[in-house]
Ligand binder design. Sequence first.
Ligand SMILES: Cc1cc2nc3c(=O)[nH]c(=O)nc-3n(C[C@H](O)[C@H](O)[C@H](O)COP(=O)(O)O)c2cc1C
Length: 351
Amino acid sequence: MTSPSQISDDAIQTRKADHLRICLDDKVQCKTVTTGFECYRFSHCCLPELALSDIQLSTTFLGKSLDAPFLISSMTGGTELAKTINQRLATVAQHFKIPMGVGSQRIAVEHPQAADTFAVRSHAPDILLLANLGGVQLNYGYNTDTCRQIIDLLAADALILHLNPLQECIQSRGDTNFRGLLSQIEQLCQTLPVPVIVKEVGNGISSDLALRLIAAGVAAIDVAGAGGTSWAKVEGERATDLRQHHLGQTFAEWGLPTAECVTSIRAVAPDIPLIASGGLRNGLDAAKALALGADLAGMAYPFLQAAHESETAVYTLMELLIAELETVLFCTGNATLADLRSSQCLQPNRI
Ligand SMILES: Cc1cc2nc3c(=O)[nH]c(=O)nc-3n(C[C@H](O)[C@H](O)[C@H](O)COP(=O)(O)O)c2cc1C
C-alpha cells in the first residue's frame, strides 16, 4: 500500500479555504452541459382533489425518518469558516429533519485540531448525518480503522465515500491511484458498523458502475451528476501551472448528466436507495428527480451560498424548497412522494 499522502497543515487549510471561495462563484457552475431535467415537464392537473395541507413530504432513508426528501450534500470542514457553515447547515437540518453530509474528513484525521470543524452532532442530534472520505484514500493509507475514526468523530449514521478521478487528475499533487478500490469498498461494506454510500462529486455514476457497487454491498448511491458545480473548473481555477489550468478548461463540462444517471440506474436497480444530486437548484428540479425514481434530492451549491450568508438564509432556502416541492405535488394531484413516483405525471418535453 502507498503511504498516506499527508500534506501540510497550511496546504490543506488553504485548499479548503480555496474550495469555499471558488465554489461561491457562479463561474464554476457547468454552462453547456445541463442536468437533463429541463427535458421533462409535469402534466398540470387543475383539479387535484386535495387541499395543499394534505401534501405529505415525509419519507425514510436508510431506516431514518425524514420530514422531507432533501439532502444537504457533503461540502466542508477544516477551517473556521467551514465550521460556521457546517453548524448553520446542521442547525437547519435538525429543524427540518433532513439529512446532511460534511466534507471530506481527511483533514481531521491528519490534523486532529481540525476535528471540531466537523463535529455538528450536538447541533443536529436526530438527523441522518453522513461522514465523508475520498474513496481513493483507501489506496493511500486509509483503512477500516481510519474509517471508524471518521464515523465516530461525527457520530455518523453512514459513511459516504466520494469517487472523484477527474478532480484528482486536475488537482495539484492529486491522488490518482484508483487501482483495486472496488474490493476495498466491498471489504468496508462488510466490516464497518454503518452503511456505506458511494457518490461522485459532479461527474455522475453510470448504471454499469452502480451495479458493481451494489454487488460490492454499497447501501446507497448518490449520482452527483453533471450540470451543477464543476470540479474541473474549480481545480482549474486553483491551478498554479498552465497545464493544470488547461486540463480544467478542457474537462470543465465532462460527465454524465444527473437526470440520465437517475433514470439509467433506476432502470437496472429498482430498489437501491438512490440520491439525485448535481445541479439541482430548486424544488421543481427535486420533484423531477424524485418522479424519475430518486429517493432524495441533494444540493450543495445552493446550501453553500445560503450558509455563507446566514443561518436565516439556510432556513429561508429550506422553506422555499419545501414549498416548491409541495406545489408540484399539489398541481399534479399527488398527495405523497410515492404517489408522485407512480403517477406518470412527468413527461419528456415535446420538441
Ligand atoms: C464547497 C464544496 C466542497 C465540496 N466538498 C466535497 C467533499 O469534501 N466531499 C464530497 O463528497 N463532495 C464534496 N462536494 C461536492 C458536492 O457534494 C456535490 O456532489 C457537488 O457539488 C454537486 O452538487 P451541486 O451541483 O449541487 O453543487 C463539495 C461541493 C462544494 C460546493
